[in-house]
Design a protein around this ligand. Structure first.
Ligand code: PNS
Length: 161
């Protein structure tokens, strides 16, 4: 069975993430979305909420499982026999850091990285920007799935009170 992992914070999952996960799910028999336990920065959503949103929005793909991880991604890959990381590259600005990580992961454990070019529709998209735009009342309905939009609206309303 050919396996791959799509890692990230997913705070929250966006249409850009889903574009990559859905395309990965067509290339591999099983894709694990690895949601990072983020100890250093406090996210808008808890780990459980982030995982739930990814589960809800990837359920239809049929071969995607959602798990959490902390520590090194290559340790997670080794424990599960996953040889490939799939990442989206949005722009040249992503490239330097992504290349460093890919080389480090290859050097540490022989885990390869496959870069998919992001759909141009989402080349400007990031979870941080979605949160910022939504915080100031901007329309992000085309950038995140419906279920994420309603959770986002609810959370930002709660936090502003
Ligand atoms: O969605 P993000 O926050 O951009 O995802 C970053 C992520 C989780 C892919 C990256 O920070 C990562 O792989 N972290 C795990 C820790 C690790 O393995 N660090 C060494 C990378 S070479």
């Amino acid at each position: 069975m050919h396996k791959a992992v799509c890692p990230g914070s997913f705070d929250p999952v966006t249409n850009g993430h889903l574009d990559i996960v859905s395309r990965a799910s067509k290339l591999y028999d099983e894709v694990t979305v690895a949601v990072m336990v983020n100890k250093s920065k406090k996210g808008l959503f808890t780990l459980e909420e982030r995982m739930e949103m990814v589960r809800e929005t990837t359920a239809d793909y049929g071969n995607v499982v959602v798990e959490s991880f902390h520590g090194l991604l290559v340790d997670f890959c080794r424990d599960r026999g996953i040889p490939v990381i799939v990442k989206g590259l949005r722009a040249v600005s992503d490239f330097d850091y992504e290349l460093q990580m890919a080389q480090m992961n290859q050097g540490l454990a022989g885990v390869e990285t496959l870069f998919l070019s992001t759909n141009p529709l989402y080349s400007f998209l990031s979870s941080s920007l979605v949160k910022e735009v939504a915080t100031y009342g901007g329309d992000v309905s085309g950038l995140v799935p419906k279920t994420v939009l309603s959770r986002l609206t609810e959370r930002l309303e709660r936090d502003s009170q």
